[in-house]
Design a protein around this ligand. Structure first.
Ligand SMILES: Nc1ncnc2c1ncn2[C@@H]1O[C@H](COP(=O)(O)OP(=O)(O)OP(=O)(O)O)[C@@H](O)[C@H]1O
Ligand SMILES: [Mg+2]
Length: 112
């Protein structure tokens, strides 16, 4: 199992959710977050100038999926979240060691 953690622009959330819905994702966790990337929260690149870090509102998505779903999920998510402008966000993939569905006790990929 893998977890895809994506930090995206809030206005892209609906589009991303609809796109993921097409590829049979069983669950998703969404959190409102704030952060900064290479431009330190600004919308332009300032060369050489010192400027303050600003936190920008973003949305964090966490999706746990079977290994076979990874490529599709990453492709769909990236495509839906991209505007081509600075601040489109980032996607991280990590290994999930175990998943348990609390109600039934199912484990591993069956729990997802
Ligand atoms: N290395 C990182 N670790 C954790 N979170 C990050 C990292 N880089 C970016 N983020 C998160 O992603 C959000 C969006 O980052 P952003 O898309 O601006 O990255 P970037 O590297 O500056 O790319 P771009 O040049 O396209 O803007 C940030 O506000 C932050 O929450
Ligand atoms: Mg940036």
């Amino acid at each position: 199992m893998k977890m895809v953690t994506a930090v995206i622009n809030p206005y892209k959330l609906d589009e991303v959710r609809n796109a993921l819905n097409q590829v049979d994702i069983a669950g998703i966790t969404v959190t409102e977050v704030k952060g900064f990337g290479r431009q330190k929260g600004h919308t332009e690149i300032y060369r050489g100038a010192e400027y303050q870090i600003e936190f920008t509102p973003k949305v964090k998505l966490e999706v746990v999926i079977a290994d076979e779903q990874l490529d599709t999920a990453v492709e769909v998510l990236t495509k839906a979240a991209r505007s081509g402008k600075l601040g489109d966000g980032k996607l991280f993939v990590s290994e999930i060691r175990q998943a348990i569905r609390i109600r039934t006790g199912e484990e591993g990929v069956d729990a997802v």
